[in-house]
Design a protein around this ligand. Sequence first.
Ligand code: 13P
Length: 250
Amino acid sequence: MSRSYYIAGNWKMHKTRAEAAELATALVKELRDGKHKYLVAPTFTALETVGAIVKRTNILLGAQNCAAEEQGAHTGEVSVLQLKDLGVQAVILGHSERRHTYKEDDALINKKVKLALKHGFEVILCVGELLEEREAGKAEAVCETQTVKGLEGVTAEELSKITIAYEPVWAIGTGKTATPEDADAIHAYIRKVVGKLYGADAAEKIIIQYGGSVKADNAALLMAKENIDGALVGGAALKPDTFVPIAKFG
Ligand code: 13P
């Protein structure tokens, strides 16, 4: 398998600049000899501080969202131009908290994906089903729709800048992880969906991270699965002690 592992930390709405700097400084030191691809996504207000610390290291700087427009009268939003100005390299889009708490739909997320790609960012596109959707046997269908609609209009060339993160909503922040087998089955399905859209080669290459209560003690088991190529980590990304063992698994 030619895919490499990609471990990302989503710091969500945590940390002041000083706290973010402390974590970033520790990660730069601890992950210097790490073998995988890494990203940290601090809150907007800490991007500049963390960006200065991870610059020219093996850790990419990510944002947790961006506006769907380049600029204009959009109170409270942050534009790709402003993110680029801060040295941001990647944007997480379609996170379940954006979809469900802030009511972002597939069309809006797709607009953001295309705008971020147009400006040269890498994108982590999150997909995942709610508990009631899983219980109703709709997990695959939900992930398929979110993947297809999220990628609408994305060219085959642009796809190389996309990572998909499968984050079952019921596993986020709950301590309930999907079993490696269940997660792998959805990852395989998403890969098949990408194959239908872009062909077998693209499906083989695309990185699909798992997210949802990833911890040091389950990371290796999850990533041992054929279709799980990394992790998008929330709670455990907030401390070096809990993130470094995940980042350095294997
Ligand atoms: P937890 O690791 O806290 O479950 O969060 C996962 C997540 O939402 C990462 O984006």
